[in-house]
Design a protein around this ligand. Structure first.
Ligand code: FCB
Length: 460
């Protein structure tokens, strides 16, 4: 039994004492439990019903993804969303965060609208509402329409206007039923890494700063559209915040770490929530700035979306972009099977830092545990490591809440195993196993555990 007297039961009602529940006693009574996914990672149906290509379709064709995997079929959520919503209902989550595939609703990114694409999200939203699960809609989880990339993508200042027009379409169509909106998922991640950071050079770094600023302008423009078009909208942006720590003791490692930390965890929230770029970056952004830009970017938001997994260990690599690389993790640090440090205290520290820095209500919109594909169904659905990870992280969140951190929700990444970007289907983050041949969904032991946790936490 756990400290608060809860214990998870499996579906037959047996107790599973090995998997104690963490205390949730310090969380708010209206705390929201959820799960997250994203469009390209689960939908599939990449060429169906008029969807246009995204930059990820093209990237996959380049052979850069492990095993030449693509999102063409993924979890086939496009056709199986009813089954997936039924899983959410069974899990007992109050909310589901998903993203809209921009090229599904606007195949060329702008201009002519693809009605069948919009109709898919109508069906999904209606199914969620009927199941009592609140839809949390993220406008951008990395699948930019390729047609816009061909026009320069986020390096083109016009991208803010394209994004505002896309937001208008989504707000007008779904704003009667959806009230929770996120503008971007992890802008620091896709600006830093999706451009395949290569060798260090002036134009590469200059383009990175240009892109950061344009994505910020797009965020601000979208917030304004949502406020105007959706009465009662609750709006935020989802940031990746992972403490960057030096992997060695040299001054160069310390300097590279401090620099990366700014780009990774501060550049976007500081500008969006405080109206200023970190001082180190200001002269670098300046060439891309026009009068009034900071006011366009810093629009009032309702919450801070936090994605957190683990600290990152950094070293100096003078020839690479921004002069950083990833170094050795300290000996003895426990790791997930895919090599991420398991450090619930770092999660608590991150929650405290975000609370102190921005003073906004926090929703944890991603946290989870990745494993490599395991042969055999029994092994694939038995995941004690994931349960232990979630137990420790949720426990750390409860401690942070007891210390006064205003955290209001927690969403596991992810409902389903799915297409894990350049790792393809080799890495699994789901509470539900997906057999990619049959597309059958099988809840893992962590699914049963999380369902038990939600039930116990909501009973309080
Ligand atoms: C996050 C991404 C999400 C998923 C998890 C594991 O950075 O937002 O799409 O890939 O990592």
């Amino acid at each position: 039994m756990s400290p608060n007297g809860n214990s998870a039961g499996d579906q037959a009602g047996h107790l599973m004492p090995a998997f104690e529940l963490p205390s949730t006693a310090s969380l708010r009574p209206d705390f929201i439990w959820g799960v997250s996914t994203s469009s390209y990672q689960i939908e599939g149906a990449a060429k169906e019903d008029g969807r246009g290509p995204s930059i990820w379709d093209i990237h996959c064709q380049s052979g850069a993804v492990i095993n030449h995997d693509t999102g063409d079929v993924a979890c086939d959520h496009y056709h199986r969303y009813r089954e997936d919503v039924a899983l959410m209902k069974r899990l007992g989550v109050q909310a589901y965060r998903f993203s809209v595939a921009w090229p599904r609703v606007l195949p060329l990114g702008r201009g002519s609208v693809n009605e069948p694409g919009l109709a898919f999200y109508d069906r999904l939203v209606d199914e969620l509402l009927a199941a009592g699960v609140e839809p949390w809609l993220c406008l951008y989880h990395w699948d930019l329409p390729q047609a816009l990339e061909d026009l320069g993508g986020w390096l083109n200042r016009e991208s803010a206007a394209w994004f505002a027009d896309y937001t208008t379409l989504i707000a007008t169509r779904f704003g009667d039923r959806v009230k929770r909106f996120a503008t971007f998922n992890e802008p620091s991640m896709f600006s830093l890494f999706s451009r395949s950071l290569g060798k260090r050079d002036q134009s590469g770094e200059d383009n990175l700063h240009r892109m950061i600023h344009h994505v910020n302008l797009a965020h601000g423009a979208a917030v304004d559209v949502l406020r105007e078009k959706v009465p009662g909208a609750s709006i935020g942006c989802i940031h990746s915040v992972q403490p960057c720590r030096p992997s060695g003791a040299s001054e160069a490692d310390a300097a590279a770490t401090a620099r990366l930390n700014i780009y990774w965890s501060s550049a976007f929230p500081d500008s969006q929530c405080r109206g200023e770029y970190p001082s180190f970056m200001r002269p670098l952004i300046e060439p891309h700035m026009q009068p009034g830009d900071m006011a366009r970017i810093c629009r009032p938001v309702d919450w801070f979306g936090l994605n957190h997994y683990s600290p990152v260990y950094v070293n100096a690599q003078p020839d690479s972009m921004l002069g950083f690389g990833f170094g050795e993790k300290p000996a003895g640090v426990p790791l997930t099977p895919i090599g991420c440090p398991i450090d619930p205290e770092a999660f608590g520290e991150t929650l405290r830092t975000v609370h102190q820095s921005y003073g906004l209500p926090i929703y944890v919109l991603e946290n989870g545990y990745g494993e490599y594909d395991k042969p055999g169904e029994a092994a694939a659905i038995t995941d004690p490591g994931r349960i232990e990870f979630l137990r420790a992280y949720i426990g750390a969140m409860n401690v942070a809440a007891a210390d006064g951190v205003d955290v209001r929700g927690y969403f596991v990444w992810s409902l389903l195993d799915n297409f894990e970007w350049d790792s393809g289907y080799s890495v699994r983050f789901g509470l539900t196993h997906v057999d990619y041949r049959s597309l059958r969904r099988i809840p893992k032991s962590s699914f049963t555990w999380y369902a038990g946790l939600i039930k116990a936490a909501r009973r309080r």
